[in-house]
Design a protein around this ligand. Structure first.
Ligand SMILES: Nc1ncnc2c1ncn2[C@@H]1O[C@H](COP(=O)(O)OP(=O)(O)O)[C@@H](O)[C@H]1O
Ligand SMILES: [Mg+2]
Length: 411
């Protein structure tokens, strides 16, 4: 439904006297919005005779959607859209509703009927492409991350318990369910492998690291695959690797933070050098990174690696500096304390989403249909790259699984 309404408001001097021209079908929300513009002095003061007159924004169009109302707004000359965007929080509080404001050939102000839900359960849907679902925005649009897009690497960051491992579980489960025949997964999880335990015996999981040494092996393997592919591509004049893809996923990059007198300093630097190379050259070779960090700093995700990753999810961060390490903005520091609530940044676009939720029990049920390794042979298995040494798989994980127990989370 589209309500055409033109509203022109003038505030004269400090006495609140208005000249309004409102069409008969202006909604109560548009009237409320105009009143708030007046009260917040969102306008431009001009001098008319000996009086100061305020020119207010005008509403060109109001569109009603299932999720709320969209207002297309004209600003008076001299009022920048940036000023209104900066006033978003105050507008939202005055309206007592969530709002979103952006500039796209004019100012677009969305007022939402409902709050973003605090929990949205993940449901698996089979797909043929490389897109994995992340979550929904307040317009109920589902956001996907497309590994096959021009910028395939991914990073997420945020406080402990904010939902980082959950979204990675969804990404890996979706990839495995849809693409296990075309996929080689390399997983690194320094918490004794507990986060990724459910994936360990899936056939397409070719490497599983639980120590820094194993991570270096895994990262070296992925780099070697990448370099081999790039050589093949050069020889055959190929611009893109169109065969199986390779994903290296690291659950906690803060394990790579170097401290003073760190005995593992060289090991950590060597791992970061591999990640740097994969982030820079992996795209064309179909070698992709998924990185996650609880302490987003330039020491855990170095700037040159971060620069090569254009898709990021920031859950709530401790402060603006941490937020800026993940996003190009401080906003993740001000997210509500809701697990799964995050800012999704794709290129220059940013949007608040509620990430889907999938616990490890439901993920394991889904993964029952995925091809599995023979556990007895798992140690030395390397199907597509027989020359490359594989890190040992986690013995504790295997035993726990065989006995049918749930994993114990080691802190
Ligand atoms: N998308 C989500 N929606 C709702 N609750 C979530 C979501 N993601 C995580 N949680 C809750 O938060 C807890 C911690 O999530 P987790 O992914 O392990 O956080 P992190 O890896 O950031 O420490 C989960 O056990 C779950 O209860
Ligand atoms: Mg985690």
């Amino acid at each position: 439904m589209i309500l055409e309404s033109i509203s022109v408001g003038l505030i004269v001097g400090s006495c609140v006297s208005f000249i309004k021209s409102l069409s008969f079908n202006s909604s109560s929300l548009s009237l409320e919005l105009m009143t708030i513009f007046e009260q917040m002095r969102i306008g431009v003061p001009i001098v008319a005779g000996d009086k100061e007159v305020w020119l207010l924004p005008t509403i060109n169009k109001e569109i009603v959607y299932p999720w709320g109302h969209r207002f297309l707004i004209n600003l008076p000359v001299g009022k920048s859209s940036r000023d209104v965007i900066m006033a978003k929080q105050a507008l939202s509080e005055a309206l007592r509703k969530d709002v979103d404001i952006k500039f796209d050939n004019g100012l677009i102000l969305d007022i939402f009927n409902e709050k973003l839900p605090e929990m949205v359960t993940y449901h698996y849907v089979q797909r043929k492409d490389w897109k994995v679902p992340l979550g929904i925005n307040q317009r109920h649009d589902v956001h996907y991350f497309d590994f096959d897009a021009p910028y395939p690497h991914f990073v997420d960051g945020g406080l402990s318990g904010s939902g980082k491992s959950c979204i990675i579980r969804i990404m890996l489960t979706s990839l495995i369910m849809n693409k296990h025949d075309d996929l080689q997964l390399y997983l690194a999880d320094m918490k004794e492998g507990v986060e990724f335990m459910i994936f360990e015996h899936i056939e397409c999981v070719r490497g599983f690291a639980t120590t820094l040494k194993e991570l270096l092996q895994v990262a070296s393997t992925v780099e070697a695959i990448m370099l081999e592919r790039l050589t093949t591509m050069r020889k055959n004049n190929m611009r893109k690797w169109n065969n199986d893809k390779c994903v290296l996923c690291i659950d906690e990059m803060s394990d790579l933070i170097e401290t003073d007198h760190d005995p593992d300093k060289r090991l950590k630097q060597a791992i970061k050098a591999k990640l740097r190379a994969i982030s820079a050259k992996g795209r064309a070779a179909g070698c992709w990174l998924i990185l996650s960090t609880q302490r987003p700093t330039v020491n855990s995700v170095p700037g040159d690696i971060r620069t090569n990753i254009s898709t990021a999810i920031a859950f709530r961060t401790r402060d603006e500096i941490q937020s800026r390490t993940i996003l190009d903005a401080p906003d993740a520091a001000y997210l509500p304390d809701i697990p799964g609530r995050a800012i999704y940044q794709h290129g220059v676009k940013q949007e608040i989403i509620q990430c889907f939720y999938l616990d490890d029990v439901d993920a394991e049920i889904l993964l029952e249909s995925a091809p599995r390794k023979e556990i007895a042979h798992a140690h030395n298995e390397s199907k597509s790259d027989p020359g490359i040494q594989q890190p040992a798989i986690n013995e504790t994980a295997v035993k726990t699984k065989k006995m049918g127990k749930r994993p114990v989370v080691l802190k």
